[in-house]
Write a protein that binds this ligand. Sequence first.
Ligand SMILES: [Zn+2]
Ligand SMILES: [Zn+2]
Length: 395
Amino acid sequence: MSKTTPSFNQEIDRRHESLIALRRDFHRHPELSFEERRTAAIIAERLHATGMDVRTGVGRTGVVGVLHGDRPGRTIAWRADIDALPLNESLDQPFVSGTPGVMHACGHDGHGAIAITLAEILAARRRDVPGTAVFIFQPAEEIFGGAKPMIEAGVLDRPHVDEVYGLHLTTQTPVGHVGLRPGPSMASADFFDVVVTGQGGHGAYPHLSMDPITAAANILVGMQNLVSREVAAQETAVLTVGQFVGGTKHNIIPASAVLRGSLRTFNPRVREQIKERLIAYASHVARAYRTEAHLSWMGEGCPTVVNHGKETDFARRCAIDAIGPDAVHDGDLVMASDDMSLFLQERPGCYFRVGIAPLDDRPHPHHAPEFEMNEDGLPVGLRVGLNVMLTALQG
Ligand SMILES: [Zn+2]
Ligand SMILES: [Zn+2]
């Protein structure tokens, strides 16, 4: 099964220092979604140096590298996301973010470093590589904005990609371990605004006004009941209102109030059902309070990551082969979302998770100022990724 020969493993060991250094460099210089210009320039420069075909500015700030192996084989893509988040890093390391208010707090610095190193290894051993490897460096994952324009730019079509793989580092999994799950594995995400409009007035005379605060509060509470009453018990949906804005003072009834929230599901039918029902629900509850509510969904949202069964089994065998059966697990359902889902809607493949949990007892959640990765997970991800790519290219 394994195509990773001892000489390929030597390449991984030999590049250990440069893998870590590259991740730290990206970490020191994080860039927000669609602003990944320095990151993209480094990726392009490194890929150019290997002699592969490189396209920049794909889907705005994305980069694609295409490596034609010397032997016939299939065309397999590896996708890595490269953007950072609007956060102030709270850790004290020599390589912490040098850009105030921007931080790699999701591990995408590691995704970029692994993908570049993977590309460099395959390019260096081109004579032993069958088929065509396509490396997709995607911008703007954090705002679910980068996958679509890259797909529309033809990254899966020119050349025609047979399968697509990738990994996400996670502090929820111990270092040295990998999780894979066939079928739905990461939730869909949709964001909404509810604007409730009434008639402002004096707090002493609510009967002379139309109070949007009370209406919005009832919409908020009722939304949770709607999820529990309309989603089958076997299914899952999480609805969170993260922002409630309205009013200026104790005794003034304002003219409007706004709720902002998110919906996550695993089943596309549940997703569509709840999205539709929430629109009707908000407006009907508002009317009971003599107000009006308009619920709008922002953009197209992000669909569920659905791993393909055959390709997930295949990736699992490659992972076991690379790091041993004790280190490979069934991944948990993850309520977070990722626009890798759009690539997996277009081509079969698998998106797996690689552990980077630090060894201390403190929490290091993703998307938080305290996020920190255990870099020992990086070569593990590289080892599994290399075996997946080499074996898939061979077919
Ligand atoms: Zn993230
Ligand atoms: Zn992420």
